[in-house]
Design a protein around this ligand. Structure first.
Ligand code: ADP
Ligand code: MG
Length: 696
C-alpha cells in the first residue's frame, strides 16, 4: 500500500486553507491537536442554540437566546467613559435595548442605522428592569437574515477562536468532503439506517434540534461506528499478524495435568474447566496464541495458569509465568511448586534478587531444560535469559503492565504462545477496545464455599472503637489487613502514613502482633514480614497498596481500609478481594474522613451493595469515563473523538465481529469493500494497521 489515497488530500491540507482560519488561529488549534480540515470535521458541536425567528421577545423568559426582527430607534452614546453605548429597538410587540461596551459610534451607526429594519439575535436579559441584549451575536439586514441558522451548532471552544470562526471553518471543511466508497457492511448499514459517511458528516455539523446532538442520532452513531470499526480493524490486523507468525503446536497429553488434578483437594469449577479447554485447544494449533484470561479476584486463575503450563511441559517444552511484584512471584512459587512436584515437574523462581553464581546456575538449568516452569518478576525477560524450548509465557495481573511490555514478551522466543491474566474485571466495551487483538476466556464463576464479605462504612472519628473491635477479633485468632491511605502518588508519603499507623496499632495491640509491609522496604524485610503474616505469627498486617494484587492468605478475614474514599472503585474491590478466601465470615471496613464527597459516598455505597467485580466496573465506567478507568495513555486505546464508550457499548462488539469477519473473507483487503476499509484506516490515521497490511 503506497500512501494516502489522493481523494483524502483536501482533508489533510493546511488548516489555513479554511475560511475563518488565519495563521494565528491555526497555531492555537494545532496546540489543541486540530491540525487539518479533517480534525475540524471530527470536532462535532457540543451543544446548540435555538435561534428560530420569533415575532417578539415579550414572552421569552430571560436569560434566553432570542432572534427577532426590529426597527432601529435612537442611539444613546455613553455620556461618560466606561458606560455602555445603547441602541433603542422595537420589535412587533415591545421595545428593548441593544447594549455595547467599548464600541465605536461610527461602526454602530453603520450596523444599526436609525429607522431601518434589522434581524438581531442574542441573549435577552433584564437589567434595571429593562430588557436588553448585550453584544448581540447576529445583527443582519432582513434580506440576509436567512444566514442565521434556526438551530446553531456550538463548538467546543479554544481560547482565541470564536464560534463564528469555527462555524466558518466547519462550513468550508464540509465543502471539501469527498464521496468515499462504503466500508460498512451493507446489511448492518441498512439495518441501522445509517447515512453515507459524507452525508453523516454534513448532518452532524448541521443539527436541527437538540436531539440531533445525541450520541444516538443516526449521523453521530455512524461516525462513531467508523471510529470503532477502524480501531477494531487495526486490532484484527494485529491479531491476524500474530496468528500468522508461525506458532508451535503443543499437543498436551494429559499425563501431568491428570496427576495434579488428582492431588488437588478440590475440583475445578465449570468456568475453570472451560477456560483450560480453550487454552489447551489453542496451544495445540500451529497458530500463535494471544489470549486474555479475565477473572475476578479469587476466581481461581492460578489453577488455569498451571494447567496451561503443564500442557506445554507435556508437549516437551517450557513455560514461564511473570508476576508484577516479588511478593506475588514468591506466592506463585509456594502455591505451585508442591502441585508441580507431585507430577514430577521442576519449577523455579527468578527475580531481580537473583545474583551472581546462583543466578548463573538457574540460567544454565533453564538453557538445558532442567527447569520446566519458571515463575518470576519481569526479570525473567532479561536479555541474557535463554530457554531450551520456551512455548508459553503467562503474564499475571496484566493491568500493572503496559501494552509495550506485552509486545516485548511476544518477541521473546520465536513462537511463544501468550496468555495474559487480569483480575480487573473491565466492562465489555472496554475489554474489546483494549484487548481486541486477543482472544478472551472469562472466569465468571467463583469456586464454591465462599461466604460473602460483610462491608461497612465507618467514620474515622470512631477510630478508637474500631481498634477496640480489632483487638477483640485478634484475641479470637482472626487476622486482619490494615491498608493505609494513598496520600499522593508517592510511595514515600504512603510509607510515612503506614509507619505511623503501625506504631499506633502496635502500642494498642501489643508487641509482635502487628507487622508492616510497604514498597520502600528492602525486599528481604518485605518477604519476612509477609511470611510472618502468612504463618500467623503476626495477626495484623499494616500495608500500603503493595498487597493490592493477588496476595492470598486464607486465614485473613478482616480488611480495614483507611481513607477508603481516596481509592478508586477497582482498587477497593481488589483490596477487599484479599479477604473472604477462607471459610470464616469476613469483614471489610471502609474507614472514611467525614465529610464524604458525593462521588466518594457513591463509590463506597456501590462497594457495600455488591461483590460482583463486573458490576462494580460498569459503575466505575459510568462514574468516571473510559479514559480514567483504564488509563488511556498506556492502555493503547486511542482517544476516540466521536465514539463514546460509555454510551455506545454495544457497537464495539459489533465492530469487532465485523472487522474480524472482513479480514477473514478478505485478508489482504483487496475487494471493493476491503479497499474502502483501507481508506477508512487512512482517514482515521491508523498508521500501524496500514503497515500491517503492507507487510502481509
Ligand atoms: P485469582 O488468582 O483468580 O484471584 P486464585 O487462583 O489465587 O485466584 O484462587 C483463589 C483461591 O481459590 C485459592 O486459595 C485457590 O486455591 C482456591 N481455588 C481455586 N480454584 C478452586 C476451586 N475450583 N475450588 C475451590 N477452591 C479453589
Ligand atoms: Mg491471582
Amino acid at each position: 500500500m503506497s500512501g494516502r489515497p489522493e481523494i483524502l488530500f483536501p482533508l489533510f491540507a493546511e488548516l489555513t486553507k479554511l475560511d475563518g482560519i488565519g495563521p494565528k488561529s491555526a497555531q492555537i488549534l494545532e496546540a489543541a491537536a486540530i491540525a487539518k480540515p479533517l480534525d475540524i470535521l471530527m470536532t462535532l458541536p457540543a451543544s446548540g442554540v435555538d435561534r428560530h425567528r420569533r415575532a417578539s421577545i415579550r414572552d421569552v423568559v430571560p436569560p434566553t437566546v432570542a432572534t427577532v426582527e426590529v426597527t432601529v430607534g435612537e442611539h444613546h452614546p455613553p455620556r461618560t467613559r466606561g458606560r455602555p453605548y445603547r441602541v433603542h429597538v422595537e420589535d412587533a410587540e415591545t421595545s428593548f435595548q441593544l447594549v455595547f461596551f467599548h464600541a465605536r459610534g461610527d461602526y454602530l451607526q453603520r450596523l444599526l442605522p436609525t429607522g431601518q429594519r434589522r434581524v438581531v439575535s442574542g441573549k435577552v436579559e433584564i437589567f434595571d428592569g429593562i430588557a436588553q441584549i448585550v453584544h448581540p451575536d447576529h445583527v443582519l439586514p432582513v434580506a440576509e437574515a436567512a444566514d442565521i441558522p434556526a438551530f446553531e451548532p456550538v463548538y467546543p471552544l479554544h481560547a482565541g477562536i470564536t464560534q463564528k470562526a469555527m462555524w466558518k471553518a466547519t462550513r468550508s471543511a464540509l465543502s471539501l468532503l469527498p464521496e468515499l466508497a462504503e466500508w460498512i457492511d451493507p446489511a448492518l448499514k441498512t439495518r441501522e439506517n445509517w447515512p453515507d459517511w459524507a452525508a453523516a458528516m454534513q448532518a452532524a455539523h448541521s443539527p436541527q434540534s437538540t436531539s440531533d446532538l445525541s450520541p444516538h442520532a443516526l449521523a453521530r452513531e455512524r461516525l462513531a461506528y467508523d471510529e470503532l470499526f477502524a480501531h477494531q480493524l487495526t486490532l484484527a490486523l494485529a491479531r491476524a499478524a500474530t496468528r500468522r507468525a508461525k506458532g508451535r503446536a503443543s499437543q498436551a497429553t494429559g499425563v501431568l495435568s491428570t496427576k495434579v488434578l488428582e492431588a488437588l483437594p478440590y475440583k475445578p469449577t465449570g468456568a475453570q474447566s472451560h477456560a483450560i479447554a480453550e487454552i489447551v485447544a489453542d496451544l495445540a494449533t500451529p497458530l500463535r496464541m494471544n489470549r486474555l484470561l479475565q477473572g475476578d479476584v479469587g476466581s481461581g486463575k492460578t489453577l488455569v495458569a498451571l494447567m496451561a503450563l503443564l500442557a506445554v511441559v507435556e508437549a516437551g517444552g517450557q513455560g514461564v509465568m511473570m508476576a508484577p511484584t516479588e511478593i506475588l512471584a514468591r506466592q506463585h512459587l509456594d502455591g505451585l511448586r508442591p502441585l508441580a512436584e507431585s507430577a514430577g515437574v521442576t519449577l523455579d523462581i527468578l527475580t531481580g534478587r537473583d545474583k551472581g553464581r546462583a543466578r548463573a546456575a538457574k540460567l544454565d538449568a533453564l538453557a538445558k531444560g532442567e527447569i520446566n516452569i519458571l515463575v518470576g518478576t519481569h526479570a525473567v525477560f532479561q536479555k541474557d535469559i535463554v530457554f531450551k524450548d520456551l512455548r508459553l509465557a503467562i503474564i499475571d495481573e496484566q493491568h500493572r503492565f503496559g501494552v509495550a511490555q506485552r509486545m516485548q514478551l511476544g518477541a521473546k522466543g520465536q513462537a511463544v504462545d501468550v496468555l495474559v491474566m487480569t483480575a480487573t474485571p473491565i466492562p465489555r466495551s472496554l475489554a474489546l477496545a483494549q484487548y481486541g487483538d486477543m482472544d478472551v476466556s472469562v472466569l465468571d464463576e467463583k469456586p464454591p464455599g465462599r461466604t460473602p464479605v460483610q462491608t461497612a462504612l465507618v467514620s474515622a472519628s470512631r477510630m478508637d472503637e474500631v481498634v477496640e473491635k480489632l483487638r477483640h477479633a485478634v484475641a479470637q485468632g482472626r487476622q486482619a489487613y490494615w491498608v493505609c491511605p494513598l496520600v499522593e502518588e508517592s510511595e514515600v508519603v504512603d510509607m510515612t502514613a503506614a509507619e505511623e499507623r503501625f506504631k499506633r496499632l502496635r502500642a494498642a495491640l501489643g508487641e509482635g502482633v502487628v507487622g508492616l509491609v510497604h514498597g520502600q522496604m528492602p525486599p528481604s524485610e518485605k518477604d519476612a514480614a509477609m511470611a510472618r503474616f502468612v504463618a500467623g505469627d503476626t495477626k495484623v498486617l499494616v500495608a500500603t497498596t503493595v498487597i493490592e494484587v493477588g496476595v492470598n492468605v486464607p486465614n485473613a478475614s478482616i480488611m480495614m481500609i483507611e481513607h477508603a474514599d481516596r481509592f478508586g472503585l477497582a482498587q477497593l474491590h481488589q483490596l477487599r478481594g484479599r479477604v473472604g478466601r477462607g471459610s470464616a465470615a469476613s469483614t471489610c471496613l471502609l474507614l472514611y474522613q467525614a465529610p464524604l464527597s458525593e462521588s466518594g459516598r457513591r463509590r463506597l455505597e456501590i462497594l457495600r451493595e455488591t461483590e460482583d467485580g463486573f458490576r462494580i466496573s460498569e459503575e466505575d465506567l459510568a462514574m468516571r469515563g473510559a479514559g480514567d478507568v483504564i488509563g488511556t495513555a498506556q492502555s493503547g486505546i486511542p482517544r476516540f473523538r466521536i465514539a463514546d464508550l460509555e454510551r455506545q457499548t454495544g457497537q464495539m462488539a459489533v465492530a469487532q465481529t465485523d472487522a474480524r469477519k472482513l479480514l477473514n473473507d478478505d485478508p489482504k483487503l483487496e475487494t471493493p469493500r476491503g479497499k474502502a476499509a483501507r481508506t477508512l484506516l487512512w482517514l482515521m490515521e491508523q498508521d500501524k494497521a496500514i503497515r500491517l497490511i503492507s507487510v502481509g
